[in-house]
Design a binder for this molecule. Sequence first.
Ligand code: UGA
Length: 455
Amino acid sequence: MVISVIGVGYLGAVHAAAMAELGHEVIGLDVDAARVDALQSGHAPFHEPGFDEILQRGLASGKLRFTTDYTDIAGADVHFLGLGTPQRADGFGADLSHLEAATESLRAVLPSRDGAPTLVVGKSTVPAGTARTLAAGLEQIEGVTLMWNPEFLREGFAVKDTLEPDRLVYGVRDPEGPRQAVEMLDAVYAQLLADGVTRLVMGYETAELVKVSANAFLATKISFINAIAEMCETVGGDVTDVAHAIGMDDRIGAKFLRAGVGFGGGCLPKDIRAFLASAEENGVGQALGFLREVDMINERRRAKVVELAGEMLGTVAGRRITVLGAAFKPDSDDVRDSPALDVADRLTAAGAEVTVTDPQALDNALRRMPELRVQSDLDTALRGAELTVLLTEWSEYRELDPSRAAGLVAAPRILDGRSVLDARRWSEAGWELRALGRGPVAPAPDSAAEALART
Ligand code: UGA
């Protein structure tokens, strides 16, 4: 099939290359000429494991290309809409302007296939009701049908999640209506369906709600365990043990119970806010009011890291602090709403001399915060630190050797903002370790005096 993917940001670029991988002829379109040029020359504009390979394979096979020109995509059988829906500048709602503009530009080049069925498939995360509104305009054009097919990929696993999804959700105008559009989308995903992936057909609004509900549930799970972390800090307790024990109940499940500095990124924070805004617009704000609390718990974790840093140092003003991590999560160079960068910013505002290190995300971090002091070499970043704060759990930080690291820093104090370090091992190597939701771990008596003598 000939497929277009309109909007080749994170989601769209991965989708386009994955569709070429499935054997389709794919044209990715974006209004950002620099992004299109980068992709067309085989350079991924972001860090995503496995993406470079499928991009280059698609380009080399001639099945994948990129353009800025809508007339190039006019003849496609299926047009995917992969536009971003960021938070609006003036509130919590989703900014649908990119999606609306792209739909208008697409309308202008349709129909181009003499009335042959043409499928437009929305993949963006949108408030319930968006698909029905867009369909009203698009379906006036002969042969055009709109479906909504939300995407559930995770950064860091984007290629795998696209080619081996847990499920495919098809949102249609009328689940009991004609099947032609469903069959067309089945043809796009034929290989995945043959591999046994479940496909669920439902109404537009249900499909839109599946997507936002999934993200809201994940955010709620994280904030739930972070709320328990607050309790542990107050009454004495270890949140990692609580998470481990409750996660063994398979009705609860162990995933997404990692307490720490909380969630960030381009999806969960803006999606829960947009969901809340949409509920309020529909007069059911109370039903989703708890999402405001989910957001506030998440926000408080960042403030807690700064408070703990202050406790460990007496004051952070004028002190040298090294922050491990800038990306919102490991295996990504995405710094959108990154808890790590936000904490670095707060520490800087409180007068600390902050150095941030990250294996992939420093360029993006500097684009967002040009005044940030960054250091790409981990050892150099650690040198002279009076406090080290781990905020993104890259494997190189999880696997840091505490004895070697103690030889680099000015003082062996570490704040584990993701609860990934072996507290005993670090304490035995002479470190004072604090983690969110866990009591203080004092250095082991023997090594402590020796290591702290150097501070
Ligand atoms: C999220 C969803 O997981 C995807 O299913 C969805 O498709 C995507 O948003 C989207 O809407 O596009 P992603 O933003 O890539 O994916 O990241 P997650 O893996 O969900 O992590 C989000 C944040 O939660 C990260 O900052 C991570 O560090 C944090 N997190 C995750 C925790 O603090 N604790 C956990 O236990 C898990």
